[in-house]
Design a protein. Sequence first.
Length: 273
Amino acid sequence: MPRKRKLLAQLSALQSNSSFPPLDPLENLNATLDGDSSPKSSKYFAIEKKNASKLEADFFNQPCISLAKSFLGQVLVRKLPDGRELWGRIVETEAYLGGEDEASHSKGGKQTQRNTAMFMKPGTLYVYQIYGIYFCVNVSSQGEGAAVLLRSLEPLRGLEAMRELRSASRKGPTKALKDWQLCNGPSKLCQAFGIDKAFDQRDLTQDAAIWMVPGQELPGEQDVVATTRIGVGNRGEWAQKPLRFYLRGNKFVSVVDKKTEREMAAMEHFSCS
C-alpha cells in the first residue's frame, strides 16, 4: 500500500475508534474566509460572531455633545440590497446643538421641511445634500433640533463594495482608493455606504438597512481630541467652539488638529512629571 493511502487508512481507523468528532479539513478555512476580500483578523469581527444586538434607543437618548463623544468607537452597519454588509468604526463626529448654535441647520429653533429629522426622536437619521451633489448623514440626539454629524469611519468589512460605490460616484478614470481614503469625510462616508436622501428620517434602532452595534474597544477621555468644526468659519464665536471630536492617532480621521494634539501631549507630560 502506498504511504499516503496507508496514512489515510490509519487516520480513518483512529477517527472511527475515537470519541472525538471527525475532523473537517475546511473548518479553519471557513472560520477566516466568507467570500469577502476584506480582512477577517480584526478583533471587531468578534461582534458579528456573537450576534451583537443593535444599539438601542436609550443609547441615542443623551445630550448632543455627550452623544457625539459616545459615538466614537461604535460601529455603523449598512446592509446593501444584494445582502452584503458594510461595517465601519466611527472615528470622527461633530455636534450641532440647535437653538443658539449659529452653525446648526436648526439655529433659532426653526423647523423646516429639510431639517425635520433633527426634531424627531433621538436615533433618527438626518440626511442633507451639499453643493447639490454630495450627502451628509447626522443622527438626532436629545435637545430641540440637535444632531451629530458622522464625519469619518474606519472601514472594517466590505471594503471592496465601498470601493465600488465610491468609484461609481466619481467621474472619469480613477485610481483605486486606499483603505484610509474610503470614508475619511462626511460625503465620502455616505458614498461608500450608499447613503442618500432616501435615508432621511429613518430610525437607527428599527431600520433593516442601517444600524449601529457596540464597538469592542471604546476610547477613554485621553484618546479623544476636541477641536473646532470644519466648514463653519463664518459663524462667529461658534466657529471656535470645540464641538468636533475624533480618535487621537487614528489615520482614518479626515482632518487632524496638530496644535491641539501637541497641547494634549504637553499637558500629559506635565501631569506625569
